[in-house]
Design a protein. Structure first.
Length: 279
């Protein structure tokens, strides 16, 4: 059954896709483990998202483009009111670098450790970067392999605000799981948000049960929904309506769904600002 979402021209807080990517075909940094054979343009994401009421998005830098944020920044420049970005920088990046990125619409940096070493001494020692990040009110976004998040958290300052990709990728769906315990502990020390996204990256875990576990452990104000479009390496799952509707099936709670899709991302990435939407 098709679900319809009303559009309005009044001031409101629109639904947000907190995790999607854009890229060109055959473009990747030298040595990248993955090079896309197809393009994922912004217009295609917009055409899929807008009929479902998703009018804002958070563009996340892909691993295969590394610290080359040019496409991300040029895309943000086209839609400064409705897009925010999460960039990739070197651990030696300084406050001036973050200031330029902030002016372009970036609100966080991403450390993608999936498929690579989770020993990060250069990031542990990045004191100047972390000070600049905290001064900006930004967050660090983390993507790790299954079960590896606790070891990464142990190497990072406890005060860093965190956004965790793809439900944290624990080994089990249990309150006693090491990843769940580590994030619940960290959430008592600093801001922690978990992205409910990438169910196909969980190694077969029950995504709905895990989403509801995070709801119980962290509360509804710490959840974000993301499509992960176009689902790189898992393109068979790039059915945007299905990715959108999955959140309802996972959380089974309309207030939690609204929090993850509307209230929380608007607060985190736009400071709660409203926007005049065009019908």
């Amino acid at each position: 059954m098709t679900r319809m979402y009303a559009m309005t021209s009044e001031l409101s807080k629109p639904a947000v896709d907190s995790h999607f990517h854009v890229f060109d075909a055959h473009q990747a940094q030298p040595g990248a483990r993955y090079t896309p054979t197809y393009a994922a343009p912004l217009a295609t994401w917009q055409a899929a998202a807008r009929p479902l009421g998703v009018r804002r998005g958070v563009l996340v830098q892909t691993s295969f483009l590394g610290t080359d944020n040019r496409l991300l920044l040029s895309t943000l420049a086209q839609h400064p009111e409705t897009l925010r970005g999460v960039a990739v920088v070197a651990p030696t990046a300084n406050a001036d670098t973050l200031a330029r990125l902030h002016a372009a619409g970036v609100r966080g940096i991403r450390l993608n450790l999936s498929g690579v070493s989770h020993a990060i001494p250069e990031w542990s020692a990045a004191t100047a970067l972390w000070d600049a990040l905290l001064a900006r009110g930004w967050h660090l976004e983390l993507h790790t392999d299954i079960g590896c998040l606790p070891g990464v958290l142990a190497q990072l300052p406890a005060a860093l605000p965190l956004v965790i990709d793809h439900m944290g990728k624990p080994e089990t769906v249990a309150a006693g799981d090491a990843t769940v315990r580590a994030l619940a502990t960290r959430a008592r020390q600093a801001s922690v948000h978990v992205k409910l996204s990438g169910a196909y990256r969980l190694g077969g875990l029950d995504a709905g049960a895990l989403a509801r576990l995070w709801l119980g452990e962290l509360g509804l104000d710490r959840l974000l929904w993301g499509s992960d479009w176009p689902c790189t390496n898992h393109e068979a799952h790039a059915d945007y309506p299905a990715l959108h509707h999955a959140l309802d099936d996972w959380l089974l709670d309309s207030a939690a769904v609204d929090a993850a899709r509307v209230h929380n991302p608007n607060r985190l990435y736009w400071g709660g600002q409203t926007v005049r939407l065009r019908s």
